[in-house]
Design a protein around this ligand. Structure first.
Ligand SMILES: NC(=O)c1ccc[n+]([C@@H]2O[C@H](COP(=O)([O-])OP(=O)(O)OC[C@H]3O[C@@H](n4cnc5c(N)ncnc54)[C@H](O)[C@@H]3O)[C@@H](O)[C@H]2O)c1
Length: 256
């Protein structure tokens, strides 16, 4: 029995949106398991900071990417191949949040959320898979979804539509690319201690914290590092027969 199932040495991993927040924590966690990391973010300075922090213990390179822009995603894959020669794992983590009632959400806000959270995930997944097919290596694509993909949370009409779309995109790509050994899975976090940019005002309200604690069976938010294990698992050989799943990392929120 291979007791080294979680070893990511020699794996080249792209983590989008890893300049801060959960993506940064995921990138650093994957590096701890030996992966070479491309830190992609539209906040370039923050991406460089993450890469520097990984640099002390592992190997990382930072690059600008706006995942809603097709050419930028093409450049992300090219950068990765130039730096590290291949792509083995893609973590589609970058996302935005605009919290507004459905009746006041503006068309341009809808477009921004769908373009980044859903089209961006499609762009990067398709281009990474094409690269993996050229390598004839297989690979693993991990999409960061949300509990909002399956339940209704007030103020998240476009965000939820995008995340629900991510769950379905995950299943279709998993089925289409299964024989190429490109696995596609999603992770759906519940409420984490890192508050997404754009959600600070909402989460500063005592009622919101009360809702999180009351409806999360574990009665607390997740710590960012508690997301790392699920990503390492899906990136590694430990999950070699798992594709098309949505793994909820939510302290039991969606089970209740
Ligand atoms: N924080 C939570 O509790 C929570 C819960 C469920 C799901 N999620 C999901 O986890 C992921 C990360 O969330 P977070 O809390 O770290 O958010 P965050 O706002 O802290 O960080 C998001 C990162 O993505 C980058 N980004 C945004 N748009 C981009 C674009 N177009 N191209 C490239 N980079 C872009 C930002 O610059 C930032 O570095 C998101 O997909 C989010 O939907 C978060």
């Amino acid at each position: 029995m291979n007791t080294n199932l979680f070893n990511l040495t020699e794996k080249v991993v792209i983590v989008t949106g890893s300049g801060r927040g959960l993506g940064k924590c995921i990138a650093k966690g994957l590096a701890d398991f030996g992966a070479k990391i491309v830190v992609g973010d539209r906040a370039l300075e923050e991406a460089q900071q993450t890469a520097e922090e990984i640099g002390a213990a592992g190997t990382a390179a930072a690059t600008y990417v706006d995942i809603s822009v097709r050419q930028s995603c093409i450049d992300l894959i090219k950068f990765t191949v130039k730096e590290f020669g291949r792509v083995d794992v893609l973590v589609n983590n970058a996302g935005i949040d605009i919290i507004k009632p459905a009746e006041t959400l503006q068309e341009d806000e809808w477009d921004q959320i769908i373009d980044i959270n859903l089209k961006g995930c499609f762009n990067c997944s398709q281009l990474a898979a094409i690269q993996m097919m050229e390598q004839k290596s297989g690979g693993s694509i991990i999409n960061i979804s949300s509990i909002a993909s399956v339940i209704g949370i007030k103020g998240l009409v476009a965000y939820s539509a995008a995340k629900g779309g991510i769950n379905q995109l995950t299943r279709v790509m998993a089925v289409e690319w299964a024989t190429k050994n490109i696995r596609v899975n999603a992770i759906a976090p519940g409420y984490f201690e890192n508050i997404m940019s754009g959600a600070n005002a909402e989460h500063a309200q005592p009622e919101k914290q009360e809702q999180v604690v009351t409806f999360t069976p574990m009665a607390r938010r997740g710590k960012p590092e508690e997301l790392v294990g699920s990503v390492v698992f899906l990136a590694s050989d430990a999950s070699s027969y798992i594709t098309g799943t949505v793994l909820f990392v939510d302290g039991g929120y969606t089970a209740a």
